[in-house]
Design a protein around this ligand. Structure first.
Ligand code: DHB
Ligand code: FE
Length: 284
């Protein structure tokens, strides 16, 4: 049986990817940020999964206003890093797990979540920056990845509650896969940031940390946070945080299992325009 052993949560700021790729991670601006991920890189080495189910958002790269899937699951054998305007990032291609992705699609769609099946797609900073933060600069990514794209770019976006329920369905799907696989689920994006308009640059440290506390100890309550709260308190792009609720909904305690252990928690302001939040939760 496949099982979800842990969840990882992290921001995905594109400038972090540029700092890695251009060798700037030890510069004074970036050093404190990357220092916060050193324990995570060690944890990744000690807890290497077979597959990461990576919840992220596409930023009008693979999709556009012409086609807006709310939830899209990557079922391809591989995914290339996207060209977001400066050429593709010099990072390894992403190797998928088509069999597990197809199984999860079958299970989750039959559980009444409408997923879009994607058999060809390039992946942008939303997916590759979390990989760089957690793995550094390897020749090849050390595990397979199922990309799971959520629309948090164009309204209407899915509610936190629906994302949380979807996480539960993903857990059920993984646990009914007939092969021994160690699967992690990652939720990415956030925390507070607003990239445009009069409030551009908004950071809300108190709100972020209260939300993190609630995500850990009261995920069902956290999932009821209304959209307007994200926009008002976390900025227009803070809505990316609903993706963290998919990962949290897939943890064991949500279905009556033991409370997860917080292996690492980190918060740093700023990275570009964003408050960076990071958590590692392990199932017991
Ligand atoms: C920034 C953050 C994001 O999450 C993103 O997708 C693009 C830009 C930023 O802070 O610059
Ligand atoms: Fe983003």
């Amino acid at each position: 049986m496949a099982r979800i052993t842990a969840s990882v949560y992290t921001s995905h700021v594109p400038a972090i990817g540029a700092a890695v790729d251009l060798g700037k991670s030890t510069e004074p601006y970036w050093q404190p940020l990357f220092a916060g991920y050193e324990p995570s890189k060690q944890w990744m080495k000690d807890n290497k999964p077979d597959v990461v189910f990576l919840v992220y958002n596409d930023h009008a790269t693979a999709f556009s206003l012409e086609l807006i899937p709310t939830f899209a699951i990557g079922c391809a054998a591989e995914f290339q890093p996207a060209d977001e305007g400066w050429g593709p990032r010099p990072v390894p291609k992403v190797i998928g797990h088509p069999e597990l992705a197809a199984h999860i699609s079958q299970s989750v769609i039959q559980d009444d979540f409408d997923l879009t099946i994607v058999n060809k797609m390039d992946v942008d900073h939303g997916l590759t920056v979390p990989l760089s933060l957690m793995c550094g600069q390897p020749e090849a990514w050390p595990f397979k990845v199922i990309p799971f794209a959520v629309n948090v770019v164009q309204y209407p976006v899915p509610s936190g509650r629906r994302c949380f329920e979807l996480g539960k369905a993903i857990r059920k799907a993984v646990e009914s896969f007939d092969e021994d696989l160690n699967v992690q689920i990652w939720g990415t994006g956030g925390m507070t940031h607003q990239l445009q308009g009069p409030r551009a640059g908004l950071i809300n440290r108190d709100w972020d940390n209260a939300w993190l506390d609630k995500l850990i100890t009261d995920p069902a309550g956290c999932a009821t946070t209304p959209h307007i709260d994200y926009v008002r308190e976390a900025g227009s792009e803070g809505i990316e945080l609903v993706m963290w609720l998919i990962a949290r909904g897939a943890m064991a305690d949500v279905k009556g299992g033991p409370t997860p252990t917080v292996k690492h928690r980190f918060y740093h302001v700023p990275a570009s325009n964003t408050a960076v939040g990071h958590l590692i939760l392990e199932n017991n």
